[in-house]
Write a protein that binds this ligand. Structure first.
Ligand SMILES: Cc1cc2nc3c(=O)[nH]c(=O)nc-3n(C[C@H](O)[C@H](O)[C@H](O)COP(=O)(O)O)c2cc1C
Length: 374
């Protein structure tokens, strides 16, 4: 029997386009480094998703690149050509067969693409400014025509997602990648129509949204989900501040999206700068968005109580990343009133049982502190 306290987590939710989610728990997108070398999804990767798609209402996949110079990780699956549609379909089908909505996260890594992955080592971004970390390359500034091509590429990968049977796409505008690089005053120093002022730095992210929605209108039924993920702040100066983000989300909230997804490592983190407000970022964002579009909050939610408290803050949908790596049966345990049995630290003896592909497992093991228990 479900514990009364946690019933709200299991309540259905209707997205603005009428799609019903069976509960409030979403699998956050997580790169797993495990695709085949030809860019197709691997058996291990598909099995990993099958084991995590039963309880949650919506699975947002690892990011997929929309064009070759957007691939950000080794073993990232490809979404940039029609030849990849069967591979994309295999993943969508596996997720949907377990009873969850399947959302494809669409992505370009920009200046975060490792030079040894970028075709001919040609790392590109809004402007020739390296990411502020040791050893990062100075990217080549994209021409206006190339920027326009990438906008089209996001649309084309959306078309492939539709043809492959996904329930939606998530535009990856977070975590320092290309879309965020265009919005950021650190990485975008352009003086053409894609940069120069806050409004102009919004041009690329909003053009991607428009193109994706145009393709959806042309190719999908009205129930196709389009979400947008963003990171609210950057540590650098210049860099995205909370007040910049309030402008971004005001624009996004008027775009008829199905959800906005805030990327945070700690659900309750507070703003660094740009705003006089001591509340958590997620609460400030939820207030600014109002009831225009549902918000997904995420970050260090491991126990049922963590999720219950997050939901009680007024955020309608809760994302789980690492929690589902550690315990694939997270939601089922709440459904069965066994929430005390949810595992919150990775058991280092259970790679097989947890159905974790080896490249993902090794990344985690080699980065102590990333996942609890390691
Ligand atoms: C292994 C791993 C891979 C990730 N890959 C992605 C990704 O492809 N796209 C993305 O938007 N976020 C990615 N993230 C961030 C997560 O979606 C999430 O925001 C973050 O882990 C915080 O949530 P959590 O505390 O529930 O894990 C990744 C996180 C982890 C741990």
């Amino acid at each position: 029997m479900v514990n009364e306290k946690y019933k709200p987590l299991l309540e259905p939710f209707e997205l603005p386009n009428g799609v019903q989610l069976k509960n409030r728990v979403i699998m956050a997108p997580m790169t797993n480094y495990s695709s085949n070398s030809d860019g197709t999804v691997s058996d291990d990767e598909v099995n990993y998703y099958i084991h995590r798609s039963k309880g949650v209402s919506m699975v947002i996949t690892a990011c997929t690149y929309v064009t070759p110079n957007g691939q950000g990780f080794p073993g990232e699956f490809a979404g940039h050509t029609d030849e990849m549609i069967p591979s994309l379909r295999r993943l969508a089908t596996a997720i949907k067969d377990e009873g969850s909505k399947a959302i494809l996260q669409i992505f370009h890594g920009g200046r975060q693409v490792p030079a040894d992955i970028a075709p001919n080592g040609d790392v590109v971004s809004a402007s020739p400014i390296a990411y502020p970390a040791e050893g990062k390359p100075v990217p080549r500034e994209l021409t206006e025509a190339e920027v326009e091509d990438i906008i089209v590429d996001f649309g084309q990968t959306t078309r492939r997602a539709i043809e492959a049977g996904y329930d939606g796409v998530e535009i990856h505008g977070a975590n320092t990648y290309l879309i965020q690089q265009f919005f950021s005053p650190h990485s975008n120093r352009r003086t053409d129509r894609f940069g120069g002022s806050l409004e102009k730095r919004l041009t690329f992210p909003l053009a991607v949204v428009d193109e994706v929605q145009r393709i959806v209108k042309e190719h999908a039924t009205t129930s196709f989900i389009v979400g947008y993920r963003f990171s609210p702040e950057e540590p650098e100066t210049p860099g995205i501040t909370m007040s910049d983000t309030l402008v971004l989300i005001d624009e996004l909230s008027n775009k008829n999206l199905e959800y906005l997804h805030v990327s945070l490592m700690d659900f309750w983190s507070t703003p660094k700068r740009g705003i006089e407000d001591t509340r958590s970022r997620i609460e400030i964002i939820q207030e600014a968005v109002g009831d225009r579009v549902p918000v997904i909050g995420v970050g260090s939610i491991y126990t049922a109580a963590d999720a219950g408290n997050a939901l009680a803050s007024g955020i309608p949908l809760i994302g789980l990343g690492r929690g589902l790596l550690i315990d694939p049966d997270w939601v089922q345990k709440i459904e069965q009133g066994r929430e005390e049995e949810i595992v919150t630290k990775l058991d280092l003896d259970k790679q097989q049982e947890l159905v974790m592909p080896t490249p993902l497992w090794n990344r985690i093991i080699n980065n102590p502190g990333w996942v609890p228990g390691v």
